[in-house]
Design a protein around this ligand. Structure first.
Ligand SMILES: [Fe+2]
Length: 369
C-alpha cells in the first residue's frame, strides 16, 4: 500500500462550525474590496443570507449572481464569467450545492481567459491563473469545495465532463452545518448518498493510498451515522458531522479518484435529467456486488466502519432515506452512448475490478427492471 499520494492539493484555509458563514465577508476582504457572490435560490431565502449581508456592511462589497437551477451548463458558466467581468470582481465566493460551487469555481478559474468555457471543456488548458475562489457548501454533498475540478454539462450534446486545473482550488472554505437547515429531505438524501458513494469509491479505488483510505473511511463513518438524523431533521446537530464527512470524502476522491458508479452516473444523470446523488445511490447495491471480490480485505474494514455487513447496512440506509428508482419500467435509451462514456471515464478506470461492457450491462439491468 502506498503511504501517501504522489501529489496532494489541499484548501489552505477551512473554517468549520455553526454560524461560520458570517466570517465570509472578512475572508473575502483579504482578497480585495469587491467580489462576486454566487448562490442558489434556497440560500437567498434563508436566514443566513440576511446575516451574511449584516456581516458585510462597511467591510466589503459584492455583486450577486443567482444560479437559475439544474445541472451546471457551459452556457451558465459563460453567463457567470460575463457577470464577474462586468462586476470587476477581485474574487468569487460560491454558497450552494455542487452546481453552484462548480459554476463559481469555473468563473473564478477562467476569469482572465477569453475563450468560451466550451473550449476548456474540450480540453484546452487555461493560460492564466484566475481570481481567488471561496466556497461554502449548502449540501453535503459533492465535496466540490475540496477539489480542483468542476463538472459541467454541454446542453447541446448532454456531455457531462470535468474541467480540471490545480489553480481552480478554493483559497478558503467554510463548512457550516447550519447551511443545511431548510434543505428538503430528498435533497439531503441524494447529496448524502453522493458523499457516501464518493467515500466508498475513493476507498476501494486502484489509486487509493493509506492517507486517502484514512480520510475515506472517516468520511464514510461520519456520513453513515449522520445521514438518517439529518434526513429526518435538516437542523439536527449531526448536520456538522455530515458536512465534515462530505468534505473529507471530497479530499479523498481528489487523491484517489472514484469508480464505476461515477463513470455510469455521469451519462445516466445527463441523459435522464436525474439528480447525481440519486443515480449514485441506485447503482450502489449492484456495484458493491460487482466489486465484492476485488475489494478483498477492504470489505471487512467497510463493514467495521458502518457497524454491520456493508451491503446490508447500505441497503438499510437506502430504505431509511426512501430512495425510489425512477428507472423502473422505463426503456433504456442511448445504450451505446452510455456504455462508451462509462467505459472511457477516468472514474471507471480507477474501479478495483476492471470493468467490461458486460459489467456495465449488468449494472444497467439492475436499474431498468
Ligand atoms: Fe459524485
Amino acid at each position: 500500500m502506498i503511504p501517501f499520494p504522489e501529489s496532494t492539493l489541499l484548501v489552505p484555509r477551512t473554517l468549520f462550525g455553526r454560524g461560520k458563514i458570517t466570517a465570509l465577508p472578512a475572508l473575502g476582504r483579504e482578497f480585495g474590496p469587491r467580489g462576486l457572490l454566487v448562490y442558489g435560490a434556497s440560500f437567498r431565502r434563508s436566514v443566513a443570507y440576511g446575516r451574511l449581508h449584516d456581516a458585510a456592511r462597511g467591510l466589503v462589497e459584492w455583486a450577486e449572481w443567482e444560479h437559475p437551477g439544474g445541472e451546471p451548463t457551459l452556457d451558465q458558466a459563460d453567463a457567470l464569467r460575463a457577470a464577474a467581468q462586468t462586476a470587476r470582481a477581485g474574487w468569487i465566493a460560491a454558497i450552494g450545492g455542487g452546481s453552484v460551487l462548480d459554476l463559481g469555481k469555473t468563473a473564478a478559474g477562467l476569469f482572465h481567459e477569453t475563450a468560451p468555457t466550451a473550449a476548456f471543456h474540450a480540453g484546452q488548458t487555461p493560460r492564466h491563473a484566475g481570481i481567488p475562489f471561496l466556497a461554502a457548501p449548502t449540501t453535503a454533498g459533492t465535496g466540490a469545495e475540496a477539489t480542483p475540478n468542476a463538472v459541467l454539462t454541454d446542453s447541446n450534446t448532454a456531455l457531462k465532463k470535468s474541467i480540471r486545473d490545480d489553480r481552480f482550488m478554493a483559497r478558503a472554505v467554510i463548512l457550516d452545518g447550519g447551511l443545511l437547515s431548510g434543505s428538503p429531505a430528498h435533497v439531503i438524501a441524494h447529496a448524502g448518498m453522493d458523499a457516501f458513494t464518493q467515500a466508498l469509491e475513493a476507498f476501494i479505488s486502484v489509486k487509493s493510498n493509506a492517507t486517502s483510505d484514512a480520510l475515506a473511511l472517516t468520511a464514510l463513518g461520519l456520513i453513515a451515522a449522520a445521514l438518517p438524523p439529518v434526513f429526518a431533521h435538516a437542523d439536527a446537530p449531526e448536520a456538522d458531522a455530515l458536512m465534515a464527512g462530505s468534505h473529507l470524502a471530497g479530499i479523498a476522491l481528489a487523491q484517489a479518484r472514484l469508480g464505476v458508479i461515477h463513470g455510469l452516473a455521469h451519462p445516466l444523470g445527463a441523459f435522464y435529467h436525474l439528480p447525481h446523488g440519486l443515480v449514485c445511490a441506485l447503482c450502489l447495491p449492484a456495484a458493491i456486488a460487482l466489486n465484492r471480490t476485488a475489494m478483498g480485505d477492504k470489505y471487512m474494514r467497510l463493514s467495521e466502519t458502518v457497524g454491520g455487513d456493508f451491503a446490508t447496512v447500505t441497503n438499510t440506509l437506502l430504505a431509511t432515506l426512501q430512495i425510489q428508482n425512477p428507472f423502473k419500467g422505463q426503456p433504456l435509451l442511448r445504450k451505446n452512448e452510455i456504455l462508451d462514456q462509462t467505459l472511457s471515464s477516468g472514474s471507471t478506470m480507477a474501479n478495483p475490478k476492471r470493468i467490461t461492457p458486460a459489467d456495465v450491462e449488468f449494472l444497467l439491468s439492475r436499474l431498468f427492471v
